[in-house]
Design a protein around this ligand. Sequence first.
Ligand SMILES: *Cc1c(COP(=O)(O)O)cnc(C)c1O
Length: 384
Amino acid sequence: MSTTSPKAVPFNRTHVADNELAYLSEAVRQGFTCGDGPFTERAGRLLCELTGAGRALLTTSCTHALEMSAILLDLRPGDEVLMPSFTFVSTANAYALRGAVPVFVDCRPDTLNIDERLIEAAITERTRAVVVVHYAGVGCEMDAIGAVTRRHGLALIEDNAHGLGGLYRGRPLGSFGLMATQSFHATKNVQCGEGGALLVNDAALAARAEIIREKGTDRSRFFRGQVDKYQWVDIGSSYLPSDVLAAMLTAQLESFDAIQRLRQAVWRNYHEGLADWAAENGVAQPAVPGDRAHPAHLYHLLLPDLRNRQAFIAHLAAHGVQAAFHYQPLHSSPAGPRHGRAAPGGCPVTENVADRLVRLPLYAGLGEAGAARVVDAVRGYEVR
Ligand SMILES: *Cc1c(COP(=O)(O)O)cnc(C)c1O
């Protein structure tokens, strides 16, 4: 290995926010390391400000927030939940764990979000909810989707793991659903290693959500002095993160604007620096409709086919750039047909884009020089 070759550009690197180490040490020193401490309160408030949510409950992960949403919907075995096939496994697992049946709807070829035109045809008398995922933080077609869920009396849930800070027609993602879920996993824009939140936009649900998060007890009410003892009052589990993780998250959320500026700069460098290369090579860049603002969660390209996608990832690796593919369709995954099914018409767009998609490195610390290195490496690839 040549000593002059610069270090490889990793796919992701976590950002250390300004007050992160100070808050971590404060959390440890204050002697309150379990959940629902002062930092949990602060992080929850910051999340409400950012998303306009009525209540934000920190959780141990987005996966757990999704599980809480399934409990809160009182889903029964055989109930159906519509969702995209092009998403992370947790979107489906959370509902399958309650015995509900994920029904996978195809995605739009442009934004890769659930195709709103296919939702109504997938509804049956067992359908209870629609879960949307704002892929790359580009909002789904929320006007059309809201109209369908209202018309059929279905609950709308947003898996907003990519979309913190994103806007649809000026309104924050995470504020459209009855509930929305966030992820603070190390790979997300704002992170505390492992963490998440359930945003609840309905006051009656918020009270029950608090109980489900606290092992089915009214412990939160007890600590507020609203009841004189706490007891088992509902089903629930342990979904409350340590205040130490909440301290990390508080610092990250306070640095949200700074983190976003850095990520947006990388995203724009890619988008502008690759425009002519993409056009010449038949490669599709991300599509962002004009009425949406995205939080630069990821930058993806669609190569013409699987062979070029694999050769492109190998080419980037050889040039010191770590790129990655993304979701494998859920409807055709080994567990897909066991727990769910594709909506009528199948998911041909999902199958097609899943084979062609590549994500480039995108993190706050990448900087202009790092982004330029990635752009150079990408431009050295010729589609064949
Ligand atoms: C990351 C992610 C999740 C899971 O988040 P965790 O916090 O790791 O549980 C769920 N859904 C989507 C769309 C994600 O991107």
